[in-house]
Design a protein around this ligand. Structure first.
Ligand SMILES: C[S@@+](CC[C@H](N)C(=O)[O-])C[C@H]1O[C@@H](n2cnc3c(N)ncnc32)[C@H](O)[C@@H]1O
Length: 321
Protein backbone atom coordinates (compact mmCIF):
# COMPACT_ATOMS: atom_id res chain seq x y z
CA UNK A 1 0.00 0.00 0.00
CA UNK A 2 1.36 3.44 -0.86
CA UNK A 3 1.91 6.05 1.84
CA UNK A 4 -0.75 8.20 0.15
CA UNK A 5 -3.32 5.43 0.54
CA UNK A 6 -2.23 4.89 4.17
CA UNK A 7 -2.77 8.62 4.73
CA UNK A 8 -6.28 8.48 3.27
CA UNK A 9 -7.10 5.47 5.48
CA UNK A 10 -5.86 7.24 8.61
CA UNK A 11 -7.93 10.35 7.95
CA UNK A 12 -10.98 8.25 7.03
CA UNK A 13 -10.76 6.83 10.59
CA UNK A 14 -10.16 10.31 12.03
CA UNK A 15 -13.27 11.58 10.20
CA UNK A 16 -15.47 8.82 11.59
CA UNK A 17 -14.01 8.91 15.12
CA UNK A 18 -12.51 12.28 16.08
CA UNK A 19 -9.03 11.91 17.59
CA UNK A 20 -8.16 14.89 19.81
CA UNK A 21 -4.51 13.80 20.14
CA UNK A 22 -3.93 13.69 16.39
CA UNK A 23 -1.78 16.71 15.54
CA UNK A 24 -1.87 19.50 18.02
CA UNK A 25 -1.00 23.11 18.39
CA UNK A 26 0.16 25.35 21.20
CA UNK A 27 -1.55 28.39 19.74
CA UNK A 28 -5.12 29.13 20.80
CA UNK A 29 -8.24 28.32 18.82
CA UNK A 30 -8.98 31.78 17.47
CA UNK A 31 -12.18 33.18 18.91
CA UNK A 32 -13.04 36.20 16.81
CA UNK A 33 -15.88 38.41 18.07
CA UNK A 34 -19.16 36.70 17.22
CA UNK A 35 -17.46 33.44 16.12
CA UNK A 36 -18.30 30.20 17.90
CA UNK A 37 -16.19 27.21 16.83
CA UNK A 38 -18.24 24.05 17.50
CA UNK A 39 -16.67 21.62 19.97
CA UNK A 40 -16.53 18.86 17.34
CA UNK A 41 -14.47 21.14 15.07
CA UNK A 42 -12.05 21.82 17.92
CA UNK A 43 -11.74 18.07 18.56
CA UNK A 44 -11.04 17.60 14.85
CA UNK A 45 -8.39 20.29 14.70
CA UNK A 46 -5.73 18.24 12.97
CA UNK A 47 -3.54 21.23 12.16
CA UNK A 48 -0.28 22.49 13.66
CA UNK A 49 -0.72 26.26 13.51
CA UNK A 50 -3.04 28.76 11.90
CA UNK A 51 -3.39 29.79 8.26
CA UNK A 52 -6.11 32.40 8.84
CA UNK A 53 -4.87 36.01 9.03
CA UNK A 54 -7.00 39.10 8.52
CA UNK A 55 -4.07 40.72 6.69
CA UNK A 56 -4.53 38.26 3.78
CA UNK A 57 -8.27 38.72 3.52
CA UNK A 58 -8.84 42.28 2.35
CA UNK A 59 -10.51 42.91 -1.02
CA UNK A 60 -13.03 40.05 -0.86
CA UNK A 61 -10.67 37.24 -1.83
CA UNK A 62 -11.70 33.82 -3.13
CA UNK A 63 -10.17 31.28 -0.73
CA UNK A 64 -9.13 27.69 -1.43
CA UNK A 65 -8.47 25.35 1.52
CA UNK A 66 -6.91 21.94 0.79
CA UNK A 67 -7.29 19.11 3.33
CA UNK A 68 -10.42 20.24 5.17
CA UNK A 69 -10.25 18.21 8.40
CA UNK A 70 -13.19 19.08 10.65
CA UNK A 71 -13.69 22.41 8.86
CA UNK A 72 -12.53 24.80 11.60
CA UNK A 73 -10.26 26.95 9.45
CA UNK A 74 -12.79 27.06 6.61
CA UNK A 75 -15.29 28.45 9.12
CA UNK A 76 -12.70 31.01 10.19
CA UNK A 77 -12.05 32.02 6.57
CA UNK A 78 -15.83 32.23 6.00
CA UNK A 79 -16.02 34.55 9.03
CA UNK A 80 -14.15 37.09 6.92
CA UNK A 81 -15.63 36.42 3.46
CA UNK A 82 -19.34 35.84 4.37
CA UNK A 83 -20.51 35.10 0.83
CA UNK A 84 -21.85 32.12 -1.08
CA UNK A 85 -18.96 29.80 -2.04
CA UNK A 86 -16.40 32.38 -0.89
CA UNK A 87 -14.35 29.47 0.50
CA UNK A 88 -13.67 26.27 -1.48
CA UNK A 89 -12.66 23.19 0.50
CA UNK A 90 -10.94 20.27 -1.24
CA UNK A 91 -10.30 16.85 0.31
CA UNK A 92 -9.58 13.41 -1.11
CA UNK A 93 -11.38 11.55 1.70
CA UNK A 94 -15.18 11.33 1.29
CA UNK A 95 -15.74 10.73 5.01
CA UNK A 96 -13.79 13.90 5.88
CA UNK A 97 -15.89 15.93 3.45
CA UNK A 98 -19.04 14.46 5.02
CA UNK A 99 -17.80 15.17 8.56
CA UNK A 100 -16.99 18.79 7.75
CA UNK A 101 -20.35 19.21 5.97
CA UNK A 102 -22.12 17.99 9.10
CA UNK A 103 -19.90 20.24 11.29
CA UNK A 104 -20.89 23.28 9.20
CA UNK A 105 -24.54 22.52 10.00
CA UNK A 106 -23.67 22.70 13.73
CA UNK A 107 -21.73 25.92 13.06
CA UNK A 108 -24.87 27.39 11.46
CA UNK A 109 -26.76 26.86 14.72
CA UNK A 110 -24.02 28.50 16.80
CA UNK A 111 -23.29 31.41 14.44
CA UNK A 112 -26.25 33.49 13.18
CA UNK A 113 -24.03 35.12 10.52
CA UNK A 114 -22.90 31.77 9.01
CA UNK A 115 -24.48 29.70 6.24
CA UNK A 116 -23.13 26.36 4.96
CA UNK A 117 -23.47 27.89 1.49
CA UNK A 118 -20.44 30.07 2.29
CA UNK A 119 -18.28 26.94 1.82
CA UNK A 120 -18.18 24.84 -1.34
CA UNK A 121 -16.79 21.36 -0.70
CA UNK A 122 -15.13 19.46 -3.55
CA UNK A 123 -13.72 15.96 -3.70
CA UNK A 124 -10.19 16.24 -5.02
CA UNK A 125 -6.52 15.54 -4.60
CA UNK A 126 -3.91 18.08 -3.54
CA UNK A 127 -1.71 16.58 -6.27
CA UNK A 128 -4.24 17.39 -9.04
CA UNK A 129 -6.50 20.17 -7.83
CA UNK A 130 -9.98 20.31 -9.41
CA UNK A 131 -9.70 24.07 -10.03
CA UNK A 132 -8.90 26.28 -13.00
CA UNK A 133 -5.60 28.11 -13.39
CA UNK A 134 -5.43 31.51 -11.64
CA UNK A 135 -8.86 31.13 -10.04
CA UNK A 136 -8.22 31.92 -6.33
CA UNK A 137 -6.67 34.77 -4.36
CA UNK A 138 -5.69 32.84 -1.23
CA UNK A 139 -4.79 29.14 -1.05
CA UNK A 140 -4.30 27.47 2.33
CA UNK A 141 -3.27 24.11 3.74
CA UNK A 142 -2.50 23.10 7.30
CA UNK A 143 -0.45 20.03 8.21
CA UNK A 144 -0.98 18.13 4.95
CA UNK A 145 2.03 18.96 2.79
CA UNK A 146 4.55 17.73 5.38
CA UNK A 147 3.16 14.24 4.80
CA UNK A 148 4.17 14.29 1.14
CA UNK A 149 7.45 12.85 -0.08
CA UNK A 150 9.62 15.31 -2.01
CA UNK A 151 8.26 14.74 -5.52
CA UNK A 152 4.65 14.90 -4.32
CA UNK A 153 5.40 17.96 -2.16
CA UNK A 154 6.75 19.78 -5.23
CA UNK A 155 3.67 18.75 -7.19
CA UNK A 156 1.28 19.91 -4.44
CA UNK A 157 3.04 23.29 -4.19
CA UNK A 158 3.06 23.74 -7.97
CA UNK A 159 -0.68 22.95 -8.03
CA UNK A 160 -1.27 25.73 -5.48
CA UNK A 161 0.90 28.06 -7.58
CA UNK A 162 -1.09 27.17 -10.71
CA UNK A 163 -4.53 27.95 -9.22
CA UNK A 164 -3.43 31.21 -7.54
CA UNK A 165 -3.93 34.51 -9.33
CA UNK A 166 -0.85 36.72 -9.79
CA UNK A 167 0.11 38.20 -6.38
CA UNK A 168 -2.16 35.63 -4.70
CA UNK A 169 -1.03 34.07 -1.43
CA UNK A 170 -0.32 30.52 -0.36
CA UNK A 171 -0.68 30.37 3.45
CA UNK A 172 0.53 27.19 5.05
CA UNK A 173 1.37 25.60 8.35
CA UNK A 174 3.50 22.47 8.68
CA UNK A 175 6.02 20.77 10.95
CA UNK A 176 9.71 21.17 10.05
CA UNK A 177 12.77 19.48 11.52
CA UNK A 178 16.39 20.61 11.39
CA UNK A 179 17.77 17.15 12.25
CA UNK A 180 17.69 14.62 9.40
CA UNK A 181 15.15 11.90 10.24
CA UNK A 182 16.36 8.33 9.79
CA UNK A 183 14.93 5.92 7.22
CA UNK A 184 13.03 3.92 9.86
CA UNK A 185 11.02 7.08 10.56
CA UNK A 186 10.78 8.37 7.00
CA UNK A 187 9.57 5.05 5.62
CA UNK A 188 6.96 4.53 8.35
CA UNK A 189 3.75 5.36 6.47
CA UNK A 190 1.63 5.70 9.61
CA UNK A 191 4.05 8.08 11.38
CA UNK A 192 4.30 10.07 8.15
CA UNK A 193 0.49 10.29 7.91
CA UNK A 194 0.42 11.39 11.57
CA UNK A 195 2.64 14.39 10.65
CA UNK A 196 5.51 12.95 12.70
CA UNK A 197 8.13 11.73 10.25
CA UNK A 198 7.83 13.64 6.98
CA UNK A 199 9.32 16.93 8.17
CA UNK A 200 12.24 18.52 6.36
CA UNK A 201 14.46 21.46 7.42
CA UNK A 202 12.87 24.91 7.11
CA UNK A 203 15.39 26.04 4.46
CA UNK A 204 14.52 23.01 2.27
CA UNK A 205 10.80 23.64 2.80
CA UNK A 206 11.18 27.28 1.74
CA UNK A 207 13.26 26.25 -1.29
CA UNK A 208 10.39 24.09 -2.55
CA UNK A 209 8.22 27.23 -2.42
CA UNK A 210 10.72 29.48 -4.19
CA UNK A 211 11.54 26.76 -6.76
CA UNK A 212 7.82 26.75 -7.62
CA UNK A 213 8.12 30.47 -8.42
CA UNK A 214 6.89 32.30 -5.31
CA UNK A 215 8.94 35.52 -5.25
CA UNK A 216 8.12 36.64 -1.69
CA UNK A 217 8.10 34.46 1.41
CA UNK A 218 7.07 35.43 4.94
CA UNK A 219 7.90 33.20 7.91
CA UNK A 220 5.17 34.25 10.30
CA UNK A 221 5.53 31.82 13.21
CA UNK A 222 7.86 29.08 14.40
CA UNK A 223 7.29 27.12 17.58
CA UNK A 224 7.94 23.74 19.21
CA UNK A 225 5.62 21.01 17.91
CA UNK A 226 6.85 17.59 19.13
CA UNK A 227 9.91 15.87 20.61
CA UNK A 228 10.77 12.39 19.36
CA UNK A 229 12.40 10.46 22.20
CA UNK A 230 14.14 7.05 22.10
CA UNK A 231 11.49 5.74 24.54
CA UNK A 232 8.74 6.24 21.99
CA UNK A 233 10.32 6.35 18.53
CA UNK A 234 13.16 4.62 16.65
CA UNK A 235 15.67 7.43 17.37
CA UNK A 236 18.97 7.48 19.25
CA UNK A 237 18.66 10.95 20.75
CA UNK A 238 15.94 13.52 21.31
CA UNK A 239 14.72 15.14 18.10
CA UNK A 240 12.69 18.34 18.43
CA UNK A 241 10.20 19.09 15.67
CA UNK A 242 8.88 22.61 15.17
CA UNK A 243 5.84 23.90 13.36
CA UNK A 244 5.91 26.95 11.12
CA UNK A 245 3.39 29.30 9.56
CA UNK A 246 4.50 30.63 6.19
CA UNK A 247 2.97 32.82 3.50
CA UNK A 248 4.30 32.45 -0.06
CA UNK A 249 3.24 35.25 -2.35
CA UNK A 250 2.97 34.80 -6.11
CA UNK A 251 5.01 37.91 -6.83
CA UNK A 252 7.39 37.82 -9.78
CA UNK A 253 10.75 36.33 -8.85
CA UNK A 254 13.29 39.18 -8.38
CA UNK A 255 16.37 38.88 -10.61
CA UNK A 256 18.61 38.51 -7.57
CA UNK A 257 16.46 35.79 -5.98
CA UNK A 258 13.45 35.55 -3.69
CA UNK A 259 12.70 37.95 -0.83
CA UNK A 260 12.46 35.82 2.30
CA UNK A 261 11.33 37.63 5.43
CA UNK A 262 12.23 35.82 8.63
CA UNK A 263 11.77 38.73 11.05
CA UNK A 264 15.09 40.56 10.67
CA UNK A 265 15.19 44.33 11.19
CA UNK A 266 17.86 46.91 10.32
CA UNK A 267 18.74 50.07 12.26
CA UNK A 268 21.10 52.75 10.91
CA UNK A 269 23.08 54.35 13.74
CA UNK A 270 25.54 56.49 11.71
CA UNK A 271 25.97 60.28 11.75
CA UNK A 272 23.54 61.23 8.94
CA UNK A 273 19.79 61.77 9.43
CA UNK A 274 19.15 58.80 7.15
CA UNK A 275 20.85 56.12 5.08
CA UNK A 276 19.89 55.34 1.47
CA UNK A 277 21.50 52.35 -0.28
CA UNK A 278 20.21 53.54 -3.67
CA UNK A 279 18.29 50.28 -4.08
CA UNK A 280 15.05 51.33 -2.46
CA UNK A 281 16.10 50.93 1.18
CA UNK A 282 15.97 54.15 3.20
CA UNK A 283 16.72 53.87 6.90
CA UNK A 284 15.92 56.83 9.13
CA UNK A 285 18.48 57.18 11.91
CA UNK A 286 17.72 54.82 14.80
CA UNK A 287 14.37 53.67 13.35
CA UNK A 288 13.94 49.93 12.76
CA UNK A 289 13.04 48.73 9.28
CA UNK A 290 11.98 45.13 8.58
CA UNK A 291 14.19 43.69 5.84
CA UNK A 292 14.32 40.40 3.99
CA UNK A 293 17.27 38.09 4.56
CA UNK A 294 18.85 38.99 1.20
CA UNK A 295 18.85 42.72 2.02
CA UNK A 296 19.93 42.05 5.60
CA UNK A 297 22.99 40.18 4.33
CA UNK A 298 23.88 42.92 1.81
CA UNK A 299 23.53 45.75 4.36
CA UNK A 300 25.50 43.83 7.00
CA UNK A 301 28.42 43.11 4.67
CA UNK A 302 28.70 46.61 3.16
CA UNK A 303 27.65 49.01 5.92
CA UNK A 304 29.15 48.60 9.41
CA UNK A 305 26.99 51.45 10.78
CA UNK A 306 23.87 49.37 10.29
CA UNK A 307 22.78 46.93 12.99
CA UNK A 308 20.89 43.83 11.82
CA UNK A 309 18.82 41.85 14.32
CA UNK A 310 18.49 38.09 14.35
CA UNK A 311 15.47 36.42 12.74
CA UNK A 312 12.49 36.43 15.08
CA UNK A 313 10.73 33.85 12.83
CA UNK A 314 7.58 35.84 13.57
CA UNK A 315 7.43 38.33 10.69
CA UNK A 316 4.23 40.38 10.69
CA UNK A 317 4.58 42.50 7.57
CA UNK A 318 6.02 45.89 6.67
CA UNK A 319 9.51 46.86 5.62
CA UNK A 320 11.17 46.22 2.30
CA UNK A 321 13.16 43.49 0.66
C1 LIG B 1 -3.51 16.49 9.07
S1 LIG B 1 -5.13 16.65 8.41
C2 LIG B 1 -5.30 18.41 8.50
C3 LIG B 1 -6.74 18.86 8.46
C4 LIG B 1 -6.97 20.36 8.57
N1 LIG B 1 -6.17 21.07 7.63
C5 LIG B 1 -6.71 20.87 9.98
O1 LIG B 1 -5.84 21.73 10.14
O2 LIG B 1 -7.36 20.41 10.92
C6 LIG B 1 -4.92 16.31 6.69
C7 LIG B 1 -6.17 16.50 5.83
O3 LIG B 1 -5.82 16.31 4.46
C8 LIG B 1 -6.71 15.36 3.86
N2 LIG B 1 -5.92 14.69 2.81
C9 LIG B 1 -5.10 13.62 2.93
N3 LIG B 1 -4.52 13.35 1.76
C10 LIG B 1 -4.97 14.28 0.87
C11 LIG B 1 -4.72 14.54 -0.51
N4 LIG B 1 -3.87 13.79 -1.22
N5 LIG B 1 -5.38 15.55 -1.09
C12 LIG B 1 -6.26 16.32 -0.39
N6 LIG B 1 -6.52 16.13 0.91
C13 LIG B 1 -5.88 15.12 1.53
C14 LIG B 1 -7.18 14.50 5.00
O4 LIG B 1 -8.42 13.88 4.72
C15 LIG B 1 -7.31 15.54 6.12
O5 LIG B 1 -8.53 16.22 6.05
Amino acid sequence: MSYLKATEDLYREAAITPDVGLCCTTNPIWQYPGLSVPKIMQEMNYGCGSTVSAQDLTGNPKVLYVGVGGGMELLQFAYFSRQKEGVIGVDVVDEMLEASRSNFKIAEQENPWFSSEFVKLLKGDALALPLDDQSVDVAAQNCLFNIFKEEDLRRAVSEMYRVLKPHGRLVISDPVCEIPLNDALREDDRLRALCISGSIPLSAYLKVLTDAGFGTIEVRARRLYRVLSPEHYPVEALIPIESVEVAAIKDPMPEDGPCIFTGKSAVYYGKEPHFDDGKGHVLIQNQPLAVCDKTAAALASEHPEIYISDSTWHYQGGGCC
